[in-house]
Ligand binder design. Structure first.
Ligand code: C2E
Ligand code: CA
Ligand code: CA
Ligand code: CA
Length: 270
């Protein structure tokens, strides 16, 4: 009835206003740069248990609301056309870290929108060159959220980056558009098995899916990372099934830049 509509209407108004404020705040955060920070989650090799690489993860430290999850602000940045600026901020942090720690490799998350924009590959290659960083030390994780246009800038960007030495991983493998057809489209080097399959690996169904993914990936010569590993039982099962690398809270949470320095170099002597 009429009253219900009025209540619904004012609630919508409130939501819209909240959203507009968040959009304004994000525009400001991206422009100033300092509120957007980069954390790094170590990825461990199952062979020797050592850190194989780090995944760069964007963080938004909002001045009044505190930490806002990338699950919220990355999709917002994509809708607002700000994802390119966020990607630039993260890449700048990553290049600084790669320069300071010459032994490490880092993976960045890149949205289909960025990879579909003209000149993206050249910008990344230029940024790496300006910091004298070997492109082999950078991996791009392609997130699953959008379909790709196989003839446009996307394919050209991927080809240029691959030619320069940047490697590619399919993120959240097994969900959305992240499938073997996408592996073929970008000639990926690696798949990252989505956390949803790693959860409940003790259930026969999920274990069968993970086994099938791993054997197909092996047959295609792909490297395999399992993400979201939280329990010792999952770690043991994934090791048995033949994953290459593991990532998850069991092994390490995402770390600040300072913590990465400590982990890689050990405590500095004075
Ligand atoms: P993702 O690429 O799948 O990243 C893994 C997410 O899982 C991260 O969340 C990480 O903190 C979390 N995680 C890792 N291990 C565990 C675990 O054992 N248990 C649980 N419950 N979670 C775990 P985060 O940092 O909140 O990032 C969320 C998503 O936001 C990322 O998912 C990625 O798709 C996106 N994202 C983050 N940074 C960037 C960025 O710089 N650019 C773009 N385009 N997307 C980004
Ligand atoms: Ca990722
Ligand atoms: Ca993922
Ligand atoms: Ca994800």
């Amino acid at each position: 009835g009429r009253n219900t509509y009025a209540i619904f209407g004012s609630h919508m108004d409130e939501l819209l206003q909240k959203r507009r404020r968040l959009e304004d705040d994000l525009r400001e955060a991206v422009a100033s740069g300092i509120q957007i920070q980069t954390f790094y989650q170590p990825v461990f090799s199952l062979d020797d248990g050592k850190v194989a690489s780090f995944e760069a993860l964007a963080r938004w430290m909002h001045p009044r609301q505190g930490f806002i999850s990338p699950e919220i602000f990355i999709p917002l940045a994509e809708e607002m056309g700000l994802i390119h600026e966020v990607g630039t901020l993260v890449l700048r942090d990553v290049c600084k870290l790669l320069f300071e720690l010459p032994a490490i490799r880092v993976a960045i998350n890149v949205s289909v929108l960025e990879l579909s924009s003209p000149g993206y590959a050249l910008r990344v290659i230029g940024t790496l060159a300006a910091s004298h960083i070997d492109p082999n030390r950078l991996e791009i994780e392609l997130t699953e959220s959008l379909p790709v246009d196989k003839d446009g800038h996307f394919i050209n960007n991927v080809a240029s980056l691959r030619a320069a030495g940047v490697s590619f991983a399919i993120d959240d493998f097994g969900t959305g558009y992240a499938s073997f057809s996408r592996v073929q489209t970008i000639d990926a080097d690696r798949i990252k098995i989505d956390k949803s399959f790693v959860d409940d690996m003790d259930k026969a169904d999920n274990k069968a899916i993970v086994m099938a993914i791993i054997s197909m990936a092996r047959a295609k010569g792909l490297k395999i990372t399992a993400e979201g590993v939280e329990t010792e039982a999952q770690r043991a099962a994934l090791q048995k099934l033949g994953c290459d690398d593991l990532q998850g809270f069991l092994l390490s949470r995402p770390l600040s830049e300072a913590a990465v320095h400590l982990l890689v170099k050990g405590p500095e002597r004075r």
